[in-house]
Design a protein around this ligand. Structure first.
Ligand SMILES: [Fe+2]
Length: 350
């Protein structure tokens, strides 16, 4: 039997999983033939998912609004992001930096084009000040509101090494939406991020579903499966900056920030990482929260259960290790052993 024939015969077995994906967070027009179907999308499948998810996010956000500082809520509703300079008291921020930069910690690295991303779980005992930040109720409230649904975010230390000399295109530097529904991301920057340090760029207001955006979403869904831009086909729609005005949005804003600034954003809004013209290293606590967008209630997150909460990244790495040991499966996340957060990438110079 050919692999294609096996695939065809196995399709009925996989159909329930594809259907479950349609009712959940699945976004890929390539991996899921229901979501990718130009026929179903002409009938309005993608448009219906986008519209229902946005309506549910509105409803769940209304239920969460009282947990936010009114100024943060107003900024978020208007722009799709909140910027909080000097987020931690100076002594707390110094203690956090001391713990993060003061030693080596287990970590993994992944390369995308000229950019290497290092993820350091917060579970290493000396990282207690980082865990204290991750456990804050006000931080959970902000990312829950941005995500349009409260829950237990995944948080870790992230180091981004950008080096244009390494070549290749980093897919994160193209203007895009992460998925078809509200989703929360946060960054507590531990280093300054200047004009040339690959700052975060966001299109203010682009988290709002305008009638023009909905029509654009529908249009993209008809051809996304065959689109040459791989991440577009995987459901993170790319857009040229010239296309923003037609959707009712303004110009992208670059976020140059000082260390100890917190940014929380709904990355359904269009955003990207500005390309760096020179080698740069950015260190931050990064978090994300993406949950089923169709359910009307907040909370009830399995990731919030004891033993899982705060350990999601360790569990994910453990699962990757099991796959490697038992199935010989490779991973894009490479383990070079314990390392300082700002040590050179790729296991070099250690
Ligand atoms: Fe993104």
């Amino acid at each position: 039997m050919t692999p294609k024939l096996i695939d065809t015969l196995a399709a009925p077995l996989r159909a329930p999983f594809w259907l479950a994906g349609v009712l959940g967070t699945e976004k890929s027009f390539l991996a899921n033939p229901i979501i990718g179907s130009p026929y179903l999308n002409r009938l309005g499948l993608h448009r219906a998912r986008v519209r229902l998810a946005a309506a549910m996010a509105r409803r769940r956000r209304a239920a969460m609004a009282a947990r936010l500082d009114p100024a943060d809520r107003a900024a978020f509703d208007r722009d799709g992001f909140v910027v909080r300079p000097d987020f931690l008291p100076p002594e707390a921020f110094d203690a956090l930096r001391g713990a993060v930069f003061g030693g080596v910690h287990p970590a993994r690295e992944m390369r995308q084009g000229g950019t290497v991303t290092r993820m350091t779980p917060l579970s290493d005992p000396p990282l207690a000040p980082a865990r204290a930040f991750a456990a804050r109720e006000d931080v959970a409230a902000l990312i829950g509101y941005a995500a349009g649904r409260s829950g237990a975010p995944v948080m870790f230390l992230q180091t981004v090494f950008a080096d244009p000399a390494r070549g290749g295109v980093d897919p994160q530097t193209a203007l895009h939406a992460d998925t078809f529904h509200a989703t929360g991301k946060l960054w507590l920057f531990l280093t300054d991020v200047g004009e040339n340090d690959g700052p975060f760029v966001f299109v203010p207001g682009s988290h709002r579903l305008t009638p023009e955006r909905l029509a654009w979403e529908h249009e993209q869904s008809l051809t996304a499966r065959g689109d040459a831009r791989r991440h577009h086909a995987l459901g993170s729609f790319r857009i040229a900056p010239e296309g923003l005005a037609a959707l009712g949005y303004g110009a992208p804003r670059r976020m140059m920030v000082k260390a100890n600034t917190l940014i929380v954003a709904d990355t359904y809004g269009f955003h990207h990482r500005a390309p760096s013209p020179r080698p740069t290293t950015r260190v931050e606590i990064h978090g994300y929260l993406r949950r089923n967008p169709f359910l009307p209630w907040n909370g009830l997150d399995p990731a919030g259960l004891p033993g899982v909460r705060g350990r999601q990244l360790d569990l994910y790495f453990g699962w990757l290790d099991l796959r490697r040991q038992h199935l010989g499966a490779g991973s894009i996340w490479k383990d070079y052993g314990p390392v300082a957060v700002d040590a050179p990438a790729g296991g070099q110079a250690r």
